[in-house]
Design a protein around this ligand. Structure first.
Ligand code: DX5
Ligand code: ZN
Length: 222
């Protein structure tokens, strides 16, 4: 798998979700959908009913990022609804291993996310049951924040962990990713890049997606 770009619609026109997704269709590998519940993070976006409706109108696979409490209860429903990937926060899960297994059993790729203050050691024993580690490069909750360069060692650590194991686990970064920061993340070992404001504030979001992927591929070349 090469470098993948997953635009986040968080800072797009949320009243026009399907149309906003279509602006990156054909260029984006995934569409990143930030589910927030006002408990795990201090913001509230959309949930399963909105995503179920959206999925009927788009062809880009859904990359659901659940910033919610009790993913043990809610995460499998997003997979059952047809999301291609469902990522939950390890800090919020009661039994992370079980959540990942339930997501996979419902037919989606399972991702586990770590907030900036959470170490990679918290997810290392989950490697056999997950398909992706999401290293947050901002505090989750809002789009448009500045990239935290101090997360680069954590991305490197995740890359070492995955490469040292007999697993095929992607490493996603999310928060403040754009033309100025994507190369450092790719060089550190990330291979799936979420970009919200960088994509949706661009004159042509699809062109920006292609530019970001080219930058990532360039930076990752040994
Ligand atoms: C933040 C979300 C991100 C956000 C990224 O909590 O998880 O996905 O939309 O937005 P930018 O790219 O603007 O930082
Ligand atoms: Zn996100």
């Amino acid at each position: 798998m090469g470098m993948q770009i997953s635009p986040s619609v968080l800072n797009s026109d949320l009243s026009n979700l399907a149309a906003e997704v279509r602006r990156v269709q054909g260029a984006a590998d995934w569409i990143h959908l930030d589910v927030m519940d006002n408990h795990f993070v201090p913001n509230l976006t959309f949930g399963l009913p909105v995503i179920e409706s959206l999925l009927k109108h788009i062809d880009v696979p859904a990359d659901c990022h659940l910033m919610i409490a009790d993913p043990d209860r809610w995460a499998p429903g997003f997979a059952e609804a047809g999301a291609g990937s469902v990522t939950f926060h390890v800090e919020a899960a009661n039994k992370p291993r079980m959540v990942a297994k339930d997501i996979r059993a419902a037919g989606a790729r399972a991702g586990v996310a770590v907030k900036p203050g959470t170490s990679i050691a918290q997810v290392s024993d989950l490697l056999p049951v997950i398909d992706m580690i999401l290293v947050m490069t901002v505090e989750p909750g809002f789009g448009g924040q500045s990239f935290m360069a101090e997360m680069l060692p954590k991305i490197r650590e995740a890359r070492r962990l995955v490469d040292g194991s007999d697993v095929d686990v992607w490493i996603q970064v999310d928060g403040g990713i754009g033309p100025d920061t994507i190369e450092q993340c790719a060089a550190a070992g990330a291979d799936v890049f979420v970009a919200g404001s960088a994509v949706y504030r661009a004159a042509d979001p699809a062109v920006m997606v292609e530019q970001l992927r080219a930058s990532a591929e360039n930076a990752a070349r040994p």
